[in-house]
Design a protein. Structure first.
Length: 138
């Protein structure tokens, strides 16, 4: 008597394949887009000295970074909600840091350093929050 084994397959709900290279590429592309307008502004001689006008200097930098980020994210097919959340990550650090600047707790250099340190994990948080969008394979 032969005992034959039959192989059964269970059907699992289709799970989206994650492409972590896409996630990393997006994170890198955002930095390229963010700094492109700032470099262009510097090349044109339209810099604002952040030591003399730290609030204005940071706001212009955040706008430049947001415009570059919008261009790359929309080009890559991201929706407006995630794009605007990512831009919000550029402006969120000023909420606690401007009062610290005005009270003399930090100076202009400290403001720029702290905002840059804060925006990278904030951007990463937006990407993790929308993990399916940022890792979806096309």
């Amino acid at each position: 008597m032969t005992n034959t084994m039959t192989r059964t397959t269970t059907s699992h709900p289709a799970s989206p394949r994650r492409d972590w290279r896409r996630f990393a590429r997006h994170y890198i592309e955002m930095f390229i887009g963010m700094f492109a307008l700032g470099a262009l502004q510097s090349f044109a001689g339209l810099d604002i000295d952040h030591r003399e006008q730290p609030e204005l200097g940071y706001l212009i930098m955040a706008v430049n970074m947001s415009i570059g980020m919008i261009a790359i994210m929309r080009y890559r097919g991201h929706g407006w909600a995630s794009t605007l959340e990512m831009c919000g990550a550029m402006f969120a650090p000023i909420v606690p840091l401007y009062p610290m600047l005005w009270l003399g707790v930090i100076d202009a250099g400290g403001l720029m350093m702290a905002t840059h340190i804060a925006m990278f994990p904030l951007m990463l948080a937006v990407m993790v929050r929308r993990l399916d969008e940022f890792t979806r394979c096309h």
